[in-house]
Each structure stands twice: as structure tokens, then as C-alpha cells.
Design a protein around this ligand. Structure first.
Ligand code: FAD
Length: 488
């Protein structure tokens, strides 16, 4: 049979390997790390387990689809539940708010806690659904780089509505029009961070994101986020995909504009096609350095990065849920730091993700596993040792002020992930979480395609190429890509 090689076992690489196996290819995955999953990995320290990267799971049917395609029932292999409470929000003035999956409950909470007209919530969520319904078929489900995507009725309908779809104002402007209460503007602006963008710059089109969390739902895999990696890795192995760990690919071999295979540790490995799941920018710098460089795509500004403190906390906080946000008092200032000053605000928005709320064995008894994260600029050579030390102090102050506690003595274990270690662990250019940012109105068109336009047999999937970063889009990138590949 025909052979396919996949470079990297990130979530998109895993999905691609499953889809290619189903197309009849003999699939070999080479991975630099000792483990699959890339950013979607886990660590355990002294009785505490942490998901290292993604914490929010939307569009779970993208995972189910991979099982169905392989003739299996997802429910037999991978369990998840829809969250009733999406997130707990905290402000320093004592305001607290929960966002509920149930629209009525959410609108009601907003009216009680913020005095906002509940109709405004419903209108905003309907608008988000409207954007999704027009744009998902164009941007999320197909290759943008094929004419057929643009010449059809759906595309025509979308062109006629570019204004309504929010292309010409910013997310912040649109949210200010939607809501009276500033805290709600802030809450909805935060969705820009779901793909590492700046709400004060990014087009209002990104108001598509709340649709995923509210209308389609936020989910939690029963065994934690890492179960997504684990179950897809097992599925791929069951389908006969072969994985080689600790095996970085040194080069993709191309002859006369046709892909021939890869070189791994000095040895040539032949294949009929190669799928690159490595970050596209770093791939062109290394394993594709002899090929034409798609400069236009390589120069795009990157999304933000993250600084995470994985803390084992020897106390339980009943007011905290799975997802918690302690909001900055100066949100615009925070983004100014991230995207313009390339630094970190002294009053950052702190995100605390606690899986032990749902999965008790993730922390010892009466303890919690805190994944404590702030958004930070991507790596531009800043002094990270200094920034990290300052940020740690700011985060601790923020938590103490907002939750009225003294958190430092409660920290039992600590591990840190920063832009430098994100890049060294997964090769993401500048340690960006989601590839390119979407701050530019044309960002969607400035992502690399899921195939090479000049080299036959070379394909791309993952957060740094079309349609973008985050688990659902990475899974979609593998689907769009495999739709372009003929059966073996
Ligand atoms: P990656 O995970 O980037 O993996 C690429 C793989 O390729 C790696 O395993 C790497 O080792 C391997 N590789 C690289 N070079 C080579 C080579 N030369 N040879 C062989 N192998 C190679 N998304 C969400 O949906 N929800 C969230 O809540 C969320 N939060 C996040 C929080 C953090 C801290 C981070 C880091 C990311 C978060 N994301 C979130 C984004 C999400 O993790 C990514 O978009 C997604 O996991 C990227 O998958 P990928 O397939 O592009 O590959």
C-alpha cells in the first residue's frame, strides 16, 4: 500500500494519522518528544495531576467523528460531559458572576449581579450564532485556498454581509454596543484571548467564539483534557498507525517539487506523502529550509503566549469552580502590555483552572490542583527570568486581594511553563499558543494552506495553518487537509 509520514503528534497530527489510516495509508508518525499530544500533555507531581496546555474543550463532536470514521462508538472509548456552569468570574470590588450553559439562567444572573437587561445577553448570543452560521462553512470546514470555496451560494451570502459579520469594527466596539455594563463588555472581550488575540484590535467577527462556549457548549472529559490525546493515540495505534518517539525529523526530502519522504537521525524514510504538523514557521526554518519560503505567511504577527504556574494548593476553595477568572482592573492596559509593550501588566487577569473540582483524584484530599495562567506576549527576547519573578508576585497579590486569602504558604508544589519552554517543548514559533494572531482583519487569509502549492505530496495541519489554533480548529485542519488527499 501507499505510505504516509506525519511529522509531529500534536492533536492535529494524531487526527491526521487516524484519517489517513482510514483512507488506506500505511501511516508512520515521527515525534521529537517522548510522548504524543504536543501542547495537549500532562504532568504529575507529588499526588497532583495537571493538564499542561488546553483546559477548555469545545466541539467535542470533532473527536467523536474520528471514532465514528473508524467504525467505533466514541462513547465506548472517550467520556465527557457538558458543563452547566461555564466559568466563575471575580472582580476586586467584590462582584462575582457565573456564566451558565442555560441561556435563561445566564441572562438572569447578569440581571441580578450586574443590572444588565437580559435581552442584551440573548441578542449578543444570537449575533454570535449568526456569525458562526455564515462563516463556519467558509472558514472552518473548507480549504480557503481552493476556488470552489469562494464560488458558491454560501460564499456569496457572506460577502453581502461583511459589515454585519463584524469585519469593519473591533470586538471591543461591538461589545460596547451590545452591553451597558462595562464588566460584561470585559467578559465578552475576553473571548479574543481564546485564540491569542487583542479585543481592542481584532475584528468583531471574532464574536463568533462565544457561540462555541454558550450555544454549542463547554465540555469536560471525565479523565481530564489529556484523555483527548490518550484516546486518539490509542485509536490511531488500534488502526495500525506506527509511532516513533524521540525521533525528530531533520528534513523533508523533495525532488523536482515532489515529496519523497523524510530524514530522521541521518536515515532516509521513503513515503508517498508527508504531513507536517510541526509549527509552520519553524518548519520552514528547519526541515523545509531548502524550499521556497512563503514569506508572506511567515511574517504574520503571532498570537500571545502564556505563563502558567502549576500549583498544588493544600486547601479547598469552595467558591472556585473548574474555570475561574480574576479580572484585571485595567483590561485595555493589560492588552497594551501584551501586544504593544511586549511586557506584563502589574494587574493581570488571572485564570485558574482546577480539574480536581470534577476529577477528585487529581489532587490529594482537601487539596486542589491550580493551573494558574496569565496571558503574556510571545517571546521577543524579553528577560523572562525577571518577568516571571515579577508576574509571580503580581499573580499572588491579585489572588490575595480578590479571594481574600494568603495563597503563598498554601503552595505545596510548583512547576512553571513560559514562552521559552512552550517553544522548546513543541517548536511553536515564539512560544505563541495559537499560531498567527487574528488582530488583523485579513488574518484568516494570511494563514498557510493545508497543502503546499508548489510541492506535490506535502500537506500541513495544526494550529499554525488554516483554519487556526485551538483544539477544534486543529482537528478541523486535519479534516480539511485529508479531504484533499485521495484514497491510497
Ligand atoms: P502541537 O501541540 O503544537 O504539537 C506539534 C508536535 O510536533 C509536538 O509534539 C512537537 O514535539 C512535534 N514536532 C515539532 N517539530 C518536530 C520535528 N521536527 N519532528 C518531529 N516532531 C516534531 N486550545 C483550546 O482549544 N482550548 C484551550 O483552553 C487552550 N489553552 C491552551 C493553553 C496553553 C498553555 C497552550 C500551550 C495552548 C492552549 N490551547 C488551547 C491551544 C492548543 O493547545 C493548540 O492549538 C493545539 O494543541 C495545537 O496542536 P497542533 O496539532 O498544532 O500541534
Amino acid at each position: 500500500g501507499k505510505k504516509a509520514i506525519v511529522v509531529g503528534s500534536g492533536i492535529a497530527g494524531l487526527a491526521a494519522s487516524i484519517r489517513l489510516a482510514n483512507k488506506g495509508y500505511q501511516v508512520q508518525v515521527f515525534e521529537s518528544n517522548a510522548y504524543p499530544g504536543g501542547k495537549l500533555s500532562e504532568i504529575s507531581i507529588q499526588g497532583y495531576r495537571f493538564d499542561m496546555g488546553p483546559s477548555l474543550f469545545t466541539l467535542p463532536e470533532q473527536v467523536d467523528e474520528l471514532f465514528a470514521l473508524s467504525g467505533k462508538t466514541a462513547r465506548d472509548h472517550f467520556h465527557y460531559k457538558r458543563l452547566e456552569v461555564n466559568c466563575h468570574y471575580f472582580w476586586e470590588d467584590g462582584t462575582r458572576l457565573r456564566t451558565f450553559a442555560d441561556r435563561e439562567a445566564f441572562a438572569n444572573e447578569v440581571q441580578i449581579n450586574l443590572g444588565e437587561n437580559p435581552e442584551n445577553i440573548k441578542k449578543a448570543l444570537d449575533k454570535s450564532a449568526y456569525i458562526y452560521n455564515y462563516l463556519a462553512p467558509l472558514f472552518m470546514h473548507r480549504s480557503l485556498h481552493k476556488w470552489s470555496t469562494w464560488i458558491n451560494k454560501k460564499a456569496l451570502k457572506a460577502y453581502l454581509r461583511l459589515g454585519k459579520l463584524g469585519l469593519f469594527n473591533t470586538m471591543n466596539q461591538a461589545n460596547k454596543n451590545h452591553f451597558d455594563n462595562e464588566k460584561l463588555v470585559q467578559l465578552f472581550n475576553r473571548y479574543a484571548t481564546y485564540n491569542g488575540s487583542n479585543p481592542y484590535q481584532t475584528p468583531a467577527t471574532l464574536n463568533i467564539i462565544p457561540h462555541l462556549e454558550f450555544n454549542r457548549g463547554a465540555y469536560f472529559p471525565e479523565k481530564g483534557m489529556h484523555a483527548i490525546t490518550q484516546s486518539l493515540y490509542t485509536l490511531a495505534t488500534d488502526l495500525g498507525v506506527s509511532f516513533s518517539f524521540n525521533k525528530p525529523v531533520d528534513k523533508i526530502v523533495v525532488e523536482k517539487q515532489v515529496t519523497k519522504g523524510v530524514v530522521v537521525q541521518g536515515r532516509f524514510q521513503a513515503s508517498d506523502l508527508v504531513v507536517n504538523n510541526m509549527d509552520m514557521v519553524n518548519a520552514y526554518k528547519t526541515i523545509l529550509k531548502d524550499q521556497d519560503q512563503p514569506t508572506r505567511f511567515l511574517q504574520q504577527p503571532k498570537s500571545s503566549s502564556a505563563l502558567i504556574f502549576y500549583w498544588g494548593i493544600r486547601k479547598e476553595f469552595p467558591e472556585l469552580d473548574l474555570h475561574n477568572i480574576l479580572f484585571s482592573e485595567d483590561y485595555a492596559g493589560e492588552f497594551d502590555h501584551i501586544f504593544h509593550k511586549k511586557s506584563i501588566s502589574e494587574d493581570p487577569t488571572v485564570y485558574i483552572n482546577i480539574t480536581s473540582v470534577h476529577k477528585k483524584d487529581d489532587a490529594p484530599e482537601n487539596c486542589m490542583n491550580w493551573f494558574t495562567m496569565i496571558n503574556v506576549p510571545n517571546n521577543q527576547g524579553q528577560n523572562w527570568e525577571l518577568l516571571k519573578a515579577r508576574a509571580r508576585a503580581s499573580i499572588i497579590h491579585k489572588i490575595n486581594r480578590t479571594l481574600h486569602t494568603d495563597i503563598e504558604p498554601l503552595i505545596a508544589v510548583e512547576e512553571i511553563l513560559d514562552p521559552i519552554t512552550i517553544e522548546s517543548k513543541t517548536s511553536s514559533a515564539n512560544g505563541a499558543l495559537y499560531g498567527n494572531s487574528s488582530n488583523n482583519r485579513y488574518a484568516a487569509f494570511l494563514r498557510h494552506a493545508n497543502f503546499s502549492s508548489s510541492i506535490k505530496g506535502l500537506y500541513f495541519c495544526g494550529g499554525s495553518v488554516h483554519p487556526g489554533g485551538g483544539i477544534p480548529l486543529c482537528l478541523l485542519s486535519a479534516r480539511i487537509m485529508c479531504d484533499l488527499i485521495p484514497k491510497a
